[in-house]
Design a protein around this ligand. Structure first.
Ligand SMILES: Nc1ncnc2c1ncn2[C@@H]1O[C@H](COP(=O)(O)OP(=O)(O)OP(=O)(O)O)[C@@H](O)[C@H]1O
Length: 512
């Protein structure tokens, strides 16, 4: 970020940065809030900048406001303050720790370096399991990150693929401030919870080792090690040690196998984990090294961690008028040509871009375009039938989510019993251009088949789904599930706004 005039700054922002909601803060501590990076179960993460900094380098930060239900009880605050202080004292490449925090603010917040990269969950969903070298680098990097946390008496408690950011230099463990209670874990989210954590136990080094094993198994095979299902079903499998490591790099299997032991006392320590993973790598690359030394961790990351590039960022001018009075900043997104020019400057973080400011003519014509778009939107129906294909999702966790309007094929497959989900999904033709929508995590969702075990369907007599779920669970299926054909209802007001419309109701349509 570089100061341009007292009233405006320029900054490179991530491409998927969502606009602020009306109730979002425009300032958090010393940071000016630019947009939303996402919302999870423990808070909301904003992209923000520190305008008081003279550093012309990359000052984009991620600020998380901690609004987790675990913090509703004021007695949780002293522990949160201690935990944030411990985290802030950590200086380790593999862990994202607070640059600044305020546990007494309402809500408490923590500012972290903005991490450019791709979440492990997203990466594996798109490309499948990691190759052997990269997997070993991931396994050792995560184990080392957890060791650093444990050395400060902090157990992560919620390690999972979506909390691992793959950067250009290696994996980074995120979201160390608050671990959600096991009671709030739904569906496949139980995969990463050790049996003792699922039963309500506190985060511990041994439960982090379990999560490490599950994450490495997922990263290596591209599959959930305990299969899919309701949280309770998965927890039964974790308690029985019923995991599937088929296809995992053979050298890593023994240590992952032990890490996933239902009995915390039988799991290896992180020291053993780090040693075993290094030994697997040395056996292939450095057979003469006698002891698996720590220096090997950097060597492994240097040699094996490549081809992970963060998405290019987009330049924005942020106008500061009215900021001190608490008004929202104006964000001007640049034209495509300017964005392309910016790609060459990624890494510099921030640059002066005054010459590209749109003229008032351009602003007028974009206002006209917006008015036209609004007119078109008014003609759009609030309920449509749409196809959601997990493989088409840019960011299946954060959205916005891509859907394609569809219509039923004239010749549905009949008389063959319940079709497979794939055969059924093929019976629908495209009926419009792909578009993007937000999904309300609280949306009412009625599932017929995609959410159930094979051969099970939940239908009423009109062949509509009846199995109740939430928007958050539907979003979860957009990372893992099959293609889904659903009737969606948009929130009418959201269709009038500038951003993607919001889906508030979803019903799977199904017929035999
Ligand atoms: N330091 C960071 N740099 C860049 N993006 C971040 C950073 N921290 C979080 N994010 C992004 O913000 C979004 C929300 O993150 P968050 O961790 O709150 O969500 P979550 O993992 O879905 O839920 P939970 O609150 O349960 O951990 C995610 O897309 C995440 O990648």
């Amino acid at each position: 970020m570089s100061p341009r005039s007292p009233r405006e700054i320029s900054v490179l922002v991530p491409p998927g940065l969502a606009p602020l909601y009306p109730d979002d803060p425009s300032r958090i501590g010393p940071y000016l809030v630019l947009g939303r990076l996402g919302q999870g179960g423990t808070g909301t993460v904003y992209a923000a900048v520190d305008v008081s900094s003279d550093n012309a380098g990359d000052r984009l930060v991620a600020v998380k406001t901690l609004t987790s239900p675990e913090l509703e009880d004021p007695s949780a605050y002293p522990a949160l303050a201690r935990r944030l202080r411990s985290l802030a004292a950590i200086d380790a490449a593999q862990v994202v720790t607070p640059l600044a925090h305020d546990a007494d603010a309402n809500p408490p917040w923590a500012a972290m370096p903005y991490m450019a990269g791709e979440r492990l969950s997203h990466y594996v969903t798109k490309r499948g399991g990691l190759g052997s070298g990269k997997l070993i680098a991931l396994a050792v990097g995560l184990a080392e990150g957890l060791s650093v946390l444990h050395a400060r008496s902090v157990s992560h408690g919620a390690l999972r693929p979506s909390e691992v950011m793959l950067g250009t230099d290696g994996p980074h463990i995120m979201d160390c401030a608050v671990a959600p209670s096991a009671l709030r874990i739904r569906g496949n989210g139980a995969t990463w919870l050790s049996p003792e954590r699922y039963r309500g136990g506190s985060p511990s080094p041994a439960s982090d080792v379990f999560a490490w094993g599950a994450v490495v198994a997922f990263a290596g095979t591209g599959r959930l090690p305990f299969g899919t299902g309701e949280a309770g079903e998965i927890a039964e499998r974790t308690a029985e040690g019923a995991f599937d490591l088929e296809g995992l790099e053979p050298g890593l299997r023994p240590v992952v196998d032990r890490a996933l032991s239902p009995d915390p006392d039988l799991r290896p320590s992180l020291r053993e984990v780090v040693g075993s993973v290094i030994a697997v790598w040395q056996a292939e690359h450095n057979p003469y090294e006698e002891q698996p030394g720590r220096a090997e961790i950097s060597r492994i990351l240097e040699q094996e961690w490549h081809a992970i590039e963060p998405p290019a960022r987009i330049p924005e001018v942020v106008r500061l008028e009215g900021r001190m009075a608490g008004k929202r900043p104006t964000r001007l997104l640049f034209a495509a040509g300017t964005a392309a020019l910016a790609l060459g400057l990624i890494g510099a973080g921030v640059w002066g871009i005054g010459q590209f400011l749109p003229s008032s003519d351009q602003e007028e014509s974009s206002a006209e375009a917006a008015a036209d778009a609004q007119e078109t939107e008014e003609a759009v129906e609030t309920t449509i039938v749409a196809r959601f294909d997990p493989s088409e999702q840019e960011d299946p966790e954060k959205g916005p989510w891509v859907y394609t309007p569809v219509d039923r094929d004239d010749t549905p497959i009949r008389g063959q019993g319940v079709p497979t989900h794939e055969a059924w999904a093929l019976q629908w033709d495209e009926d419009g251009e792909p578009a993007e929508a937000d999904i309300d995590p609280e949306a009412e969702v009625l599932c017929a088949k995609f959410c159930t075990a094979p051969e099970d369907v939940f239908l009423d007599e009109d062949f509509r789904g009846t199995y109740e779920m939430t928007g958050a669970e539907f979003i979860d299926y957009l990372s893992w599930g099959p293609v889904m054909i659903v009737e969606v209802t948009f929130d009418e007001e959201s269709m009038e706004g500038e951003g993607p419309p919001e889906i508030v109701q979803i019903t799977e349509l199904f017929t035999d």
